[in-house]
Design a protein around this ligand. Structure first.
Ligand SMILES: [Zn+2]
Length: 485
């Protein structure tokens, strides 16, 4: 628990940096400043914050005192820049898919993509609060429900349903170009064997079965526009959501209780009215509200696409991953508010960045062994566990032998086993986002006569009963009330 100075002196990006830092530190704010808890102060010192690695090595210049911690204002701004993708929001560079190239990202430039630097800064703050407390009370918010210390979400983009032999042909051309002769031969063998058996639907059912066997419920992102020759050629919209193949897939997902979200087609990233249209169309098909969205090819215009998503009524986005590498594009594996750079404000829309994607290594780094993809995914998952964060992984259900990916389904099962072994809290992404927003709203009124913190959450939520406070040692835990008195 900490007391804070007024935020009014800070500009919007500094305030955002402060809010994310506090949220990820899990140190709840105390309403009654007279309480004997650690004070948080902001200083005007300017230690130089351009070099992110140096900041991290110097513990983000967070000073420890007797009952006080001090953070320089430029540190808050720097953390705000990283967590909002500020440089990418300003960039005018585009790759061949109309995306801002990964090289515009400050963590890519400084070789820090494998490090959740913002989450590490928050851990430094937490350590500083504990070290500065003396005899003052220190209580933290527990990171995830059920006593779990980190979280993981399995997500899938449904890119291929109909016309699968076309995708086989494209993939064979890709493999042949890389000299992967044996994988080409195995693909051809599987494809010929599969001609009359619909390998896409079979792969989807096998994958759902792998998840069911481990008690995992996944989140899906489904394309929901009408394909044309042009969209098909571009690898954009390739199936009709009302078609027989898609209808069968959606039925299977609903039967399993999976969360069904929109996979925004290319045009949505700039033409926002199409977002609302696709969202409505999908909600009609699945007879339930569509909460989440992820852009196909992760094609988004930083900041601008988020505004469109918020305007169309989405609760969360999960597009801020790198298409061509794995890691922490916003310096966090977690849920943070999306940022409108032009309007300088946080949006109601929440962002849960993609940390790892099956094809990132294959498509861009020419690594074709699925076991290597999985090893990187699990390594990043362990990093998320270290910072009590959220790992969001993307697995494409069309990665099956007949479509050019022998060994991939077995690797997927291995990934699930590796994740489960580290005991994350696993749930559909929308549920994790809602819970995380409720955790962010935890406040403490003061300390009760018996020493217990008097805590509540400002977020209206049905999941408050799973929110808890804990002492840093883990020795005692306290429950939290639903609403402020
Ligand atoms: Zn896609």
């Amino acid at each position: 628990m900490i007391t804070l100075p007024t935020r009014s002196k800070l500009d919007p990006l500094e305030r955002y940096g402060l809010d994310v830092l506090l949220d990820l530190s899990r140190c709840p704010e105390v309403d009654d400043a007279g309480t004997g808890v650690v004070r948080f102060e902001i200083t005007e010192a300017d230690p130089g914050v351009a070099d992110v690695g140096k900041c991290a090595a110097r513990r983000w210049h967070i000073e420890r005192g007797d009952g006080v911690v001090r953070v320089p204002r430029p540190v808050l701004r720097r953390l705000g820049e990283i967590a909002t993708g500020a440089a990418e929001q300003r960039s005018t560079a585009r790759d061949r898919h109309g995306r801002v190239p990964s090289t515009e990202n400050v963590l890519v430039q400084q070789n820090l993509v494998a490090e959740p630097v913002v989450a590490r800064a928050a851990a430094e703050l937490r350590d500083a609060v504990i070290a500065s407390a003396g005899r003052r009370a220190v209580t933290l918010v527990a990171p995830w429900p059920d006593g779990r210390r980190w979280a993981a979400a399995i997500t899938h983009d449904l890119d291929v349903i109909d016309r699968w032999p076309v995708f086989t042909a494209l993939r064979i051309a890709e493999l042949a170009g890389k000299g992967e002769v044996r994988r080409v031969a195995r693909t051809l063998g599987s494809a010929f064997a599969a001609v009359s058996r619909n390998p896409v639907q079979r792969a989807l059912h096998a994958l759902l079965e792998d998840e069911r066997a481990r008690g995992i419920v996944s989140s899906w992102f489904v394309l929901c526009g009408t394909p044309t020759l042009q969209t098909m050629r571009a690898g954009d919209l390739t199936y009709l959501p009302e078609g027989r193949g898609a209808a069968a897939a959606l039925r299977a997902l609903r039967e399993r209780g999976c969360e069904i979200n929109l996979h925004g087609s290319f045009v949505t990233s700039e033409h926002h009215e199409v977002f609302a249209e696709q969202r409505r169309r999908l909600a009609g098909l699945v007879q339930q509200p569509v909460l989440g969205v992820r852009q196909h090819f992760l094609r988004l215009r930083p900041g601008i696409t988020s505004l469109g998503m918020a305007g169309a009524g989405f609760r969360y986005d999960t597009s801020w991953g790198f298409p061509d590498r794995n890691g922490f594009r916003l310096g966090v594996g977690d849920v943070i508010p999306a940022w409108d750079g032009a309007g300088e404000r946080a949006l109601e829309l929440q962002e849960a960045p993609v940390i790892w994607m099956d094809r990132a290594l294959s498509k861009y780094a020419r690594v074709e062994d699925p076991n290597a993809w999985i090893a990187e995914g699990l390594s990043l998952a362990r990093t998320c566990r270290d910072v009590a964060g959220l790992w969001v992984g993307v697995w494409h259900p069309n990665l099956t032998a007949a479509l050019g990916f022998p060994d991939a389904p077995a690797a997927f099962a291995k990934l699930l086993d590796g994740l489960v072994a580290e005991e994350p809290f696993m749930a559909p992404l929308g549920r994790l986002v809602e819970w995380r927003v409720a955790r962010r709203g935890v406040r403490v009124r003061g300390i009760l006569p018996d020493g217990r913190p008097d805590a509540y959450t400002t977020a209206p939520t049905a999941t408050h009963d799973t929110l808890t406070l804990e002492e840093p040692s883990g020795a005692r835990r306290y429950s939290i009330q639903a609403t402020p008195r």
